[in-house]
Design a protein around this ligand. Sequence first.
Ligand code: GLN
Length: 503
Amino acid sequence: MANFDELSAAQIAAGVTAGDFSATELAKASLDALDQREPQVQAFLQTSADLALAAAEATDQKRAAGEELGPLAGVPVAFKDNMHLVGTRTTCASRMLENYDSTFTATCVQRMLDAGATPMGKANMDEFAFGSSTESSAFHRTNNPWDTDRVPGGSSGGSAAAVASGEVTLSLGSDTGGSIRQPASLCGVVGMKPTYGAVSRYGVVAFGSSLDQVGPFGRRVEDVALAMNALVGSGRDPYDSTSQDCPVDFLEHLDDPIEGRIVGIVPQLMEVEGLTDEVKAAIAGARKVLEDQGAKVVEVDLPNIASAIAAYYVIAPCEAFSNLARFDGVRYGYQEEGCSTLAEQTSLSRAHGFGEEAKRRQMLGAYLLSSGTYDKYYYPAQQVRTLITQDYVNAYKQCDVILMPAAPRTAFKFGEISDPTQMYASDMFTISNNIAGNGGISVPLGLGKDSGLPVSAQLQGPAFKDRSLLTFARAIERGVDAGSGLGKGAPVAPDFAGRGGEL
Ligand code: GLN
């Protein structure tokens, strides 16, 4: 008997389609794994056993009726808790939305379900996706499955930990400045932020609308490609005006050789303060893996990238301030009782409904958009954004993808980073890509030589060349599987006492 966490999404869908096991057996195996592992990992804010069993049953009935099954048939999936799914609450890990029932289902969630996936529940996150460690969740922390004294990264920390611990096979997260790629790196799984516009955000609670993008986590690159097909396959979503048609089969060139293709590296990025030696060594290993397969490495320049974090922490809080203004204690969520005026009610609902980081972001946004300050910060930040976008356009004239770290260091301990600006620096390698709107992916390289914790490479690519990112990611995975680089990548994280999830 196999354990279900040893199966990839592709193997599960094939097995369910062939009748080797049923979707219901898979759902029960995932529920069993959740029972065993959640006490240690705490990746979920809410599990949805009833929804899971009903969806699995529907898949099994479809098969019994001889109907064609979707490409994710029977695959257990978790959704970040900023995505609406009817039958679950959508809390954004905030007291503000603690009792908020989803009134509709997000397009990204629906597309995974339409492909046959089984919804296992809603994953923990930083409150409203502000953060890099999931410590700002109003409800509980999520532990890194590799070392439960350490953070899983964030803000999609629950989504990453649920996959890394083998509780589910795939999950969805959102990435505004790195929130898929950074936790994927800290948890040792594959995490992809597609190009802005590739995946619909309809039904995903907005943070920074010009930056937000939804994407998948999986243990294998192929699984992420499968999820990408489900997410973008049926074309643009008329409910998200930024969504674009992306008529691409992400599996089609997955195993193509990369011989003769060109990988850019940015030497200045490998010297930044805070980048650890083991991550540097791992990236050198990834470079060698790509060169061994015939890729050519060239140096490229991104001259304005050092300003990316500063620009992001102007643009993102401004957008967050405007998006979160709707949480006024009247229309949604937490409402302070016993107030004598509307002003008092709004003020106290917001004061008590939001956590510290959510307030910091909104106050920053309010300040930055006020008259007099706007010209000093917001306008120049948008100019920097244009420069960074242009830097990438120039760089991609010389290379197909850019290789760099996904995170400057491996998973840190709870409470270790208390200074917000230091936390913001966790995204030093990911933010510029959101600013430019391009795609990026984290690929596990194995365990770091000093910390023994997962280390990843990040590949970034030009807009709407996400398929080529997957081809390069697959090349790295091949090399890591074969034992080059740092050793075997993407294992299911450590031993759980009474592992659960037997099929
Ligand atoms: N860590 C970054 C922030 O706090 C990015 C978060 C995200 O991508 N959602 O804003």
